[in-house]
Design a protein around this ligand. Structure first.
Ligand code: AGP
Length: 616
């Protein structure tokens, strides 16, 4: 069973007030993180009462009824499922067999399968398919001999591999919340005669601005009038109290000015989550948990049609190149809005792959329905678990990129490219792709997050270049091969958030018309990594320079040749040709962002645009 990290919200309260209203308000403050189920547990009259529901917090409130349950100590959770149905059973909190403790969790317990099997053999009964529940039963087992909840929690965490941010309540210590952190943020918030725990300050800012941030390997024992911070050996340690002076909106953006910038900078982590558990280096291939199409059926496929809109359509173009180069399967890309109304040739040997971050884009959904109607097998590459497209396709690959709030798609795009490379690996290794070629792609994918970090560290360089061209009226983006779709994507990013007109073209197409536009007032952005078509792109740069054009080039680190030709350059590390788009798109995302900010545009909600186009 594969587990994947969930982007959850955590809030806990212990004090003189009724806990339920405080917890519900805290969950509402965490809604921005995106979620698909919610729940809470209260300690009252020597019992643990658990309430949870799939869907929004309003569904949970309905389950709670008009008179909120009693209890002055409780914990609450919003779950953004990245794996496994977002249903009530899988919603947190999770309890032990005896219902004497409840636990909420953010992160992934990588050895949950092993622990679960051992606990099952010792008689523990599991109700959900989550890794979190394993921890509840492990603590229950240790509680019998540990002498206290905190010792049982510490003992359990010594056995856990992976990441966690947890909060635990128990009938054993009814006023106490035990929290712990390794890899998922958690803090203690200090009130007057009451205390809180939370995954981020937004959940408790209404009550206090005094917080203690937990570090990895720390445990907090929180009671109404006091709290202690311990290490995993339960040795107490002194921690500074921090005053949170951010406003709520800034906290939700992780301290960044905009969600778009937060999401651009999250890409090393979102890529890790897309790749997590899916790379098989030994066999040079990829594995998926929900493809629902077996190898024999995949071998029966003789043609692939990618269909999508906008940025996802650009990712589809990269998928087409990958699939034909490495899997040797005839592939094509269709705008979903076109595919659905023309009379496409599709049959039971066609695999139609719908790519959609939101999983709700009307045109893409309609195109997939049309493909199914014509007998094709359908796959969805989707970010939002449980979305309409995810539910209607025959099988799918979840991106696990986490919620993407900014209207301009950034981390979803790079995760789409990684997911397409994984799919290509799977399809290719069923056909002509050798194990050595497969291993090379696996290694290239595994290195991507660290290469992305190196490019993002150059953000100040990109910002300086952006300042110099923010008044341009038009910008041309040019690229070849795998970077032609990146040219289209760079142009779209600039258009949709800064309202500057921009066009992306295959670099060689310039001489068939667009070269007439070249003058010193129109910046030309070249994607020119050292790939198979590099020399051809150098020629195109020379053509632009010969006509007085201004060139900004995205080049491979150490490229002295082209770098002399360009007026400005941004360097990206070397990687496999098919993976260069993940790196070359990053400066273009930042470029559009900085220009839009300088032009005073509404970066996260550009005019006329919606995050998910659920209408035709
Ligand atoms: C991309 O920045 C735009 N927000 C838009 O083109 C978007 O990619 C398109 O609407 C498709 O959305 P989807 O991936 O959710 O289907």
């Amino acid at each position: 069973m594969l587990f994947f990290p969930t982007m959850c919200g955590i809030v806990g309260y212990t004090g003189p007030r009724q806990a339920a209203p405080v917890l519900l308000e805290g969950l509402r403050r965490l809604e921005y993180r995106g979620y698909d189920s919610a729940g809470l547990a209260l300690v009252a009259d020597g019992r643990i009462e658990v309430y949870k529901a799939a869907g929004k917090i309003s569904v949970l409130e309905k389950a709670l009824g008009t008179t909120l349950p009693a209890g002055h100590t409780g914990i609450a959770h919003t779950r953004w499922a990245t794996h496994g149905a977002p249903n009530t059973v899988n919603a947190h909190p999770h309890t032990d067999c005896g219902g004497t403790l409840a636990l909420i969790h953010n992160g992934i317990i990588e050895n949950a399968g092993v622990l679960r099997t051992a606990l099952g053999k010792r008689g523990h009964v599991f109700r959900s398919e989550t890794d979190t529940e394993t921890l509840a039963h492990l603590i229950e087992e240790l509680l019998a001999t540990a002498g206290s909840v905190v010792n049982a929690v510490a003992g359990a965490l010594h056995q856990v591999e992976g990441t966690y941010g947890i909060a635990v309540v128990s009938t054993r210590d009814p006023e106490t919340i035990v929290a712990a952190r390794r890899g998922s943020p958690l803090l203690v918030a200090i009130g007057a005669g009451e205390n809180f725990v939370a995954s981020d300050a937004s959940a408790v800012l209404a009550h206090t601005r005094s917080v203690v941030y937990l570090d990895d390997g720390e445990i907090a024992v929180v009671r109404p009038h006091d709290y202690r911070i311990l290490d995993l050996e339960t040795v107490e340690r002194e921690k500074a109290v921090t005053r949170v002076d951010w406003d709520l909106a800034t906290i939700e953006r992780g301290g960044h000015a905009h969600f778009m910038l937060k999401e651009i900078l999250e890409q090393p982590e979102s890529l890790r989550n897309t790749l997590r558990g899916r790379l098989l280096e030994e066999d040079g291939t990829a594995r998926f948990g929900g493809l629902n199409i077996d190898d024999e059926q995949l071998l029966h496929v003789n043609r692939i049609v990618f269909t999508a809109c906008g940025t996802s359509w650009h990712a589809a173009l990269i998928g087409e190149y990958m699939m034909e180069e490495l899997a040797r399967i005839p592939s094509e890309v269709e705008y979903a809005s076109e595919f659905r109304y023309r009379n496409p040739i599709v049959d039971e040997r066609t695999l139609v792959v719908g790519i959609s971050q939101s999983g709700e884009t009307a045109d893409t959904l309609a195109a997939l329905r049309e493909a199914k109607r014509r007998g094709a097998r359908t796959l969805g590459l989707v970010n939002v678990v449980g979305s309409t497209i995810a539910r209607e396709v025959d099988g799918g690959i979840y991106l696990h990129a986490g919620p993407e709030i900014g209207v301009a798609s950034t981390k979803a795009f790079t995760s789409q490219i990684a997911a397409l490379a994984l799919l290509t690996l799977k399809m290719g290794r069923l056909r002509a792709l050798s194990i050595l070629q497969g291993r090379e792609v696996v290694r290239g994918l595994a290195r991507l997050p660290e290469l992305v970090e190196r490019v993002l560290a150059k953000a100040p360089e990109v910002e300086r270049i952006a300042e110099r061209i923010m008044r341009a009226g038009n910008v041309l983006y040019l690229g070849r091969g795998y970077n032609f779709p990146v040219a289209l994507e760079g142009a779209l990013k600039l258009k949709e958030i800064s309202y500057i007109h921009a066009e992306g073209y295959p670099a060689a197409e310039m001489k068939h018309g667009p070269i007439a536009l070249i003058d010193d007032l129109m910046p030309v952005v070249f994607l020119a990594p050292k790939d198979a078509v590099y020399q051809k792109v150098v020629s195109n740069v020379e053509e632009v320079k010969a006509r007085g054009g201004r060139v900004i080039a995205v080049v491979t680190e150490g490229d002295s040749g082209l770098a002399k030709l360009a007026d400005q350059k941004i360097e990206v590390p070397e990687t496999l040709d098919l993976l260069t788009p993940v790196l070359t798109v990053l400066p273009l995302q930042l470029f559009a962002y900085y220009i839009a900010v300088r032009r005073g545009c509404n970066v996260d909600q550009p005019r006329n645009l919606a995050k998910s186009v659920t209408v035709e």
